[in-house]
Design a protein around this ligand. Sequence first.
Ligand SMILES: [Zn+2]
Length: 360
Amino acid sequence: MATPPFYTCQTIPTTDTPGLSRRQFLARTGSCGAHLLWMSAAGSLVTQRLFAEGSAHKIVAREPWARLEQLYDGIWAIVSTPLDAKDWTTLSNGGIIAGKDGVMVIESFAGAKGARWAAQQAHELTGRWPTDVVITHYHGDHANGVTGFVRDGEAPRIWTTSKTRELLLQDRGQNSGRGDETERTALYESTQEIDATNGNTIDLGGRKVRLEPRAGHTASDVTIEVEDPSVVFYGDLVWNHMFPNFRDTTPSLFEQSIRDAMRERETIYVPGHGSIADTADIEGLLAVLGEVEAAARKTFGTEMTANETARLLKLPDSLGEWIRFSENYYEVAISAWHQELSLEMKRERMDAAKASDPES
Ligand SMILES: [Zn+2]
């Protein structure tokens, strides 16, 4: 039995998108690559397990769309649970980090209602409306809600890389019909730029936060990192027991960025989707990515298409369950690998040609 589809293109309808018919909904989601999830009755049992609560943390708020987990004093994770009640108010994970002088919210979520809820939670927990918002990358489920942070005509500082800003502005045409385009565009145009080479350290007052520019999931990703206690908000560079969306992914870079942000000491990792992760979870993700790479390399340059390769891909049971938001996610992943390998081959040929004829 199928239930309504959902997911993460820029046009995802949210509960604050009025009057969207099922037909319009399908037209929109289809237009950006059919990021649909059809949940089977069996699938929903799987998702209940996937989004099961991490036992270690105190739940300070709970809504149909997300729960708020306290990781440490002044650091909270927003763990979205879009599959529980088919509620995609927030859809992506995020967080709240507080210092004496400022409060940062990580991500602006799928719609203004989700962002406003996060801002209200921040206010309730810290007595202060968010002063800073970081958007990790341009995908709509992380970036669309930005107007929800505006209060009395004032917006917090909104941090993005310049590349993410560019992609957000390019992409806004696909986001029409939500009612807040003008305000949203203005906020994107005036984002605070994250230093693409060195990143930024933001001092919230007794709490320093690193914004680390990375790439791989998209052309520009950012991780948000705290040294002590050790916490890394990965954005969509990590998905926990959910198979990643490779739509804009450069696979080798994706894997490299995951490794670069891992720490040797005990650390809490907040993924872009799925429950809070630890080192073993990240290693599990890397193993999944390794399986995908191996399958893609095996068929690259042969008659076998990405689709055929994907149909044969089976993750070992030892890696546990990895839910896909859409049935085509394996194919998208294999295609991304085939594309990268093909570019690599072209580069090697050009280098070889240059080496054999240095005059050219
Ligand atoms: Zn994403």
